[in-house]
Design a protein around this ligand. Structure first.
Ligand code: SF4
Length: 192
């Protein structure tokens, strides 16, 4: 059998594992890993943490029936991904804790001026408030000419900071939208 890159990496990860008492732990290690992912669905994705953009495989258990909530049971580097070839840095290796984290923020929150705490708001209300703030800030601070009288028509009081998981398509829309408002300060980490 011709080994694939994946089987080669698996063998490399388990080969030569010997306990302090001299037992070869490789079969036990391999079996426990296989048990963990034996009935899972594999989903290929990209690590969201930094611009290196390592490929990952998310293992989910659940038979996709309507009355079953799928659960992520394992995340690992994608051996077939050209960027990381199956490896992950410590941050990427902890991705499962990011996915399965009870403190993960799943709804918008706002901290009002002068307040010392965040409050939950609905998505509709968040969109309304963001739109209103952008319009007011733009109306109040729009710059039509620079100090030498040249036409610039720009907004210097708003900046857009993108996330590292933003796709090219998303960033295309961001640039279109922000530039149409006159916003000059755009920053992101896109590479997907
Ligand atoms: S695994 Fe590490 S290096 Fe790779 S994208 Fe994630 S944070 Fe960056």
């Amino acid at each position: 059998m011709t080994p694939t890159r994946r089987t080669f990496l698996k063998a490399g990860a388990t080969g030569g594992l010997v306990s302090a008492l001299g037992f070869d732990l490789s079969p036990a290690y391999a079996q426990s890993r296989e048990l963990k992912i034996s009935r899972t669905t594999e989903t290929r994705s990209t690590c969201p943490y930094c611009a290196v953009s390592c490929g990952i495989i998310i293992h989910t258990i659940g038979d996709r029936a309507k009355n079953v909530t799928p659960a992520v049971v394992h995340v690992e580097g994608d051996p077939d991904h050209p960027i990381n070839r199956g490896t992950l840095c410590p941050k990427g290796s902890s991705l499962m804790q990011d996915i399965l984290n009870e403190r993960r923020l799943l709804k918008p929150q706002v901290r009002r001026p002068g307040s010392n705490h965040w409050e939950d708001i609905t998505w509709d209300r968040a969109f309304d408030e963001i739109g209103r703030h952008i319009k007011k800030t733009r109306d109040d601070t729009f710059v039509t000419t620079d100090t030498q009288g040249r036409t610039v028509n720009r907004v210097e009081s708003i900046a857009f900071n993108g996330g590292c998981t933003d796709t090219n398509e998303f960033n295309y829309l961001v640039v279109k939208t922000m530039r149409s408002l006159g916003v000059c300060y755009l920053e992101n980490q896109a590479r997907v």
